[in-house]
Write a protein that binds this ligand. Structure first.
Ligand SMILES: Nc1nc2c(c(=O)[nH]1)N[C@@H](CN(C=O)c1ccc(C(=O)N[C@@H](CCC(=O)O)C(=O)O)cc1)CN2
Length: 287
């Protein structure tokens, strides 16, 4: 019997294509004397967060976006961290910035996000940005949800009318993704599953698109997936030091589309961050 294997939703190749599209836009801004600048605020020593921030600055360099880094000690006080936020809000070289999450437990993440000038919120995670998203007002979109929608679109996975099951209610993916997918421009029907969901397998089985963002290795097994569904693996766990996604082996034989992990949604998150910064610079240049 011939085994069918899902089409790979290649986030790395798509990121490279997006960067190739952004580079001339950055060059056009340069001709007008505008250089977009991305700043990152990184608190502490988490190796994963360090990797992400380093990658974000490498991406910026590839596209012609300048970099500002604020690497801060794990025991920084709330007051000192907020002073760094205030500096970036006032810095004309900083078009947009992100505070790498999660922050150490002693810090008030909500207060930090609230302090970000919405005009410089490159992550779309500040309360005003999320409120604008809810109200259908123009705003920077959260990078991972935007990356998921972009990846689906570029591979022509039908979204309008699709049943989407999102697994995981974290702020960077699950909780915000439904806001994008239920806009009229996407028109999907979304179910958000979490630890209180009574029959996860049934919710996944009826989905045309599954977004696995629980951070539980292998939680999505082949028997849970409808034949031909698109499955995007966004979960990040470390098992014996290696990255482990939420999607178990064998799903590629049932799904129609599968985003690998690594190499799927992660690179798209980075591509959308740089896109958000370039768009902010274009808005500022237009006055
Ligand atoms: N302020 C934010 N914090 C966090 C966000 C976010 O969007 N904004 N999302 C995640 C982490 N994240 C971005 O910051 C991110 C995750 C993954 C990748 C990525 O390219 N991953 C690679 C694999 C990397 C590895 O081997 O560990 C891949 O998937 O191929 C980039 C960015 C939480 N925090």
């Amino acid at each position: 019997m011939t085994r069918v294997t899902a089409t790979v939703l290649d986030g790395k190749a798509t990121k490279d294509a997006i960067f190739a599209e952004l580079a001339p836009r950055v060059a056009a801004l340069a001709e007008r004397g505008v250089t977009p600048g991305l700043a990152t605020v990184l608190v502490g020593d988490d190796p994963g967060s360090h990797w992400y921030v380093k990658a974000k600055h490498a991406d910026s360099a590839k596209v012609g976006v300048t970099s500002i880094r604020r690497d801060l000690p794990a025991d920084i006080s709330q007051q000192k961290l907020e002073a760094v936020i205030d500096e970036l809000n006032a810095d004309p070289a900083c078009t947009g910035y992100i505070v790498q999450l999660p922050l150490p437990k002693h810090l008030d993440e909500g207060a930090v996000l609230e302090r970000i000038d919405p005009a410089k919120d490159a992550d779309g995670l500040a309360p005003v940005s999320l409120g604008r998203l809810v109200l259908n007002q123009p705003t920077a979109l959260p990078c991972t949800p935007r990356g998921i929608v972009e990846l689906l679109r570029r591979y022509e996975v039908p979204i309008a009318g699709a049943r989407v099951t999102v697994v995981g209610r974290g702020i960077t993916v699950g909780r915000t993704l439904g806001l994008l997918l239920t806009r009229r421009s996407e028109n999907a029907t979304v179910t958000l599953c979490h630890t209180g969901t009574t029959d996860l397998a049934a919710e996944v089985r009826r989905a045309d698109i599954v977004i696995a963002a629980a951070g539980v290795p292998g939680i999505i097994t082949p028997d849970m997936v409808k034949s031909g569904a698109a499955v995007l693996d966004v979960g990040v766990s470390r098992v014996d030091g290696a990255l482990a996604g939420d999607v178990a082996p064998g799903v590629e034989e049932v799904a129609g589309f599968l985003s690998p992990n690594p190499g799927g949604v992660g690179p798209m998150t980075r591509a959308m961050l740089i896109t958000n910064v370039v768009e902010a610079a274009e808005r500022a240049a237009a006055g």
